[in-house]
Write a protein that binds this ligand. Structure first.
Ligand SMILES: Nc1ncnc2c1ncn2[C@@H]1O[C@H](COP(=O)(O)OP(=O)(O)OP(=O)(O)O)[C@@H](O)[C@H]1O
Ligand SMILES: [Mg+2]
Length: 368
């Protein structure tokens, strides 16, 4: 765990960090978020003592960092600096293996590690290991910076806008890769961003800064649902409720005890089921419970015969593991107010409705 207690940093007339106290639990990702100049980088650099605080205390796993030798401290903390900071006269491979070399790893092992880390950040080792930083695009250099910070497998990672120079598509890819890796490695990560969407996606906790002060420290959904003041509300955006859609899974709001019919059921029986549930359509499942199609109340009432003779194909489905953003965007694109939730093996798991979604989101505001 990283703990900051009343940390202040004054540069001449500027109070860059103003009495900040916060805790980052071990294995979690904390995103420092706020406008340019609000003190994110300065706060981050006090953690590995690249900047000594003017006052206050910082400890990692209970140890005061002021009492640890600085070189030892920095070797145990991976650091991705804001402008990548690769050594221009060293190849990508040499850049990545700097800390392992200092730690005395054997050459073979650190080379293997460099290749493995490049793969991880989606750069082909065959192409990039021997390149120099000036032969990289900004986004590629940033990815090498991330690989370098991970090289010696440090328990703590400080990352200063590590994906800022990467285009939106590759940024999503590398964010996803990083999150997968993080789920496995469980590093304690402090991550600077000025991008609310990135913060919502990556963070367990978000720390919002303004003029050096920590304004709110909360989990992403809590921050979006209950911004502490108008500064935070403005910063997270007037579409903050829409942003929450990303944080909630279809499984959390779906009706998981869904009514359904089978091909051999009579239409009258299907109509009765829909009337009882107050639904205007119902899913038809196959013998094992796989979603096969649906029938509407209108058809069930107006025709004769079995469901199997009159069903329509499901225009689209969602997975219970999808987020609500995917579900809502699918509903809007297809002009439908409900979707069948189907797992990866095709089994019918439930319904998600527009009403169910608005209700789930609205409930948190009512409780608050
Ligand atoms: N070495 C320094 N000397 C004097 N002032 C500094 C120094 N470093 C930072 N500052 C000032 O401290 C404040 C916080 O800077 P910091 O770099 O922490 O901001 P930031 O939140 O990381 O901004 P950005 O999003 O632009 O990277 C700014 O007003 C900056 O001008
Ligand atoms: Mg900065």
């Amino acid at each position: 765990m990283i703990r900051l207690e009343n940390v202040t940093k004054i540069f001449g007339a500027t109070t860059a960090v103003d009495n900040v106290s916060m805790e980052v639990p071990a294995g979690s990702v904390c995103v420092l978020l706020g406008p340019s100049g609000c003190g994110k980088t300065t706060t981050l650099k006090t953690i590995n003592r690249l900047i000594a605080p003017s006052s206050g205390r910082i400890s990692i796993d209970g140890k005061d960092t002021a009492a640890v030798d600085e070189v030892t401290l920095r070797r145990s903390i991976g650091y991705v600096i804001q402008q990548t900071g690769l050594f221009p006269n060293k190849t990508v491979e040499e850049n990545i293996t700097i800390v392992p070399d200092m730690l005395g790893w054997d050459r073979q092992r650190s080379r293997r590690r460099a290749a493995e880390l490049l793969e991880m950040v989606n750069l082909d080792p065959g192409v990039f290991l021997k390149r120099y930083p000036k032969e990289l695009s900004g986004g590629q250099a940033q990815r090498v910076g991330v690989a370098r910070a991970l090289a010696a497998d440090p328990p703590v990672l400080l990352m200063d806008e590590p994906f800022g120079a990467i285009d939106p598509i590759n940024r999503e890819v590398i964010q996803d890769e990083f999150m997968k890796l993080q789920a496995r490695l469980k590093k304690t990560v402090v991550f600077v961003s000025h991008d609310i969407d990135e913060a919502v996606k990556m963070a367990d906790q978000i720390a919002i800064f303004r003029d050096g002060r920590l304004i709110q420290y909360a989990a992403p959904d809590d921050l979006l649902a209950h911004p502490a003041n108008s500064f935070v509300a403005d910063f997270v955006g007037s579409d903050r409720t829409l942003k929450r859609l990303r944080l909630i899974r279809v499984a959390d709001v779906m009706d998981a005890n869904p009514g359904y019919v089978r091909a051999e059921d009579r239409l009258e029986a299907a109509a009765a089921k829909m009337e009882e549930a107050g639904h205007s359509s119902i899913v038809m499942v196959g013998p094992q419970g796989r979603a096969r199609g649906f029938v509407t109340l209108e058809i069930a009432r107006s025709r004769k015969g079995t469901v199997g003779e009159h069903y329509e194909k499901l225009p689209t489905v969602v997975s219970p593991a999808d987020d609500l953003r995917t579900a809502v965007s699918t509903m809007f694109a297809r002009d439908v107010s409900w979707l069948a939730c189907v797992d990866e093996d095709g089994f019918f798991k439930g319904y998600v409705t527009q009403r169910g979604i608005t209700h789930a989101l609205g409930a948190t505001y009512r409780d608050g």
